[in-house]
Design a protein around this ligand. Sequence first.
Ligand code: FPP
Length: 257
Amino acid sequence: MLEDLKGFIQPGSREEELALKIDFGRMPQHVAVIMDGNGRWAKQRGLPRMEGHRAGSKSVRELVETALRLGIPYLSLYAFSKENWKRPRREVTTLWRLLEDYLRKEDKQLLENNIRLKVIGQYQDLPGKVKKELDRVMEQTKDFERLTILLALNYGGRAEIVDAVKRLVSDKDFDVSALDEQEFARHLYTAQAPDPDLLIRTSGELRISNFLLWQVAYTEIWVTNKYWPDFRKGDLLEAVVEYQKRERRFGDILPRR
Ligand code: FPP
């Protein structure tokens, strides 16, 4: 087992059993996560929805630490979609406040562990106070490379594709005959990251929900029935074990590694 997991995982636990099954030479390089079920988790306990989001932010912290220890270099987190603005105003404002608090408190986790934070989504339309915190943390972490977190905020997969088209055609040197998939992908918000190898979704829903539409073309999908606030390190380990059992052919007839 990897040195970084020692002390993080209890000997004799389910987590250890899973960790021993992992081939560390074949880790997914990019894991994308649709963190779903905060509201239902809260409802089940007779709590306000906001308590579900608060508990969900603790799962984010544990996910980041686990990904770091596993040596996963890219993590995308779907935190706020373009469609989430439709929620009651109070829920929306409290979600942004929660993110601000998270950035204030958890910036240490990022700074001490060489974690770079980037935002994907329509950044210009985020509330000013959140942008201020994000700008600060993104600036402080911009040269880190151990793990990159792509935080999806005011994000929509279709909007990302439309924005890429706008950026392409507004370039005065744009040459349509030279356009191919690689060139197009360089204009997406995720230009600097590889496509996700693994997409995790919680709360049992079998949907992509407008997340990384272009990038998930050949991504392996793993869904758990657990609500996001119940997601723990063992769940990421399980997802990686399951991912490593899949045969990835990318349209070919032979598996590719
Ligand atoms: C989905 O649950 C969750 C969200 C829309 C927000 C995600 C936010 C967090 C995990 C907390 C803060 C984030 C960070 C990065 C610190 P839902 O509300 O759609 O749940 P439901 O489908 O059960 O109603």
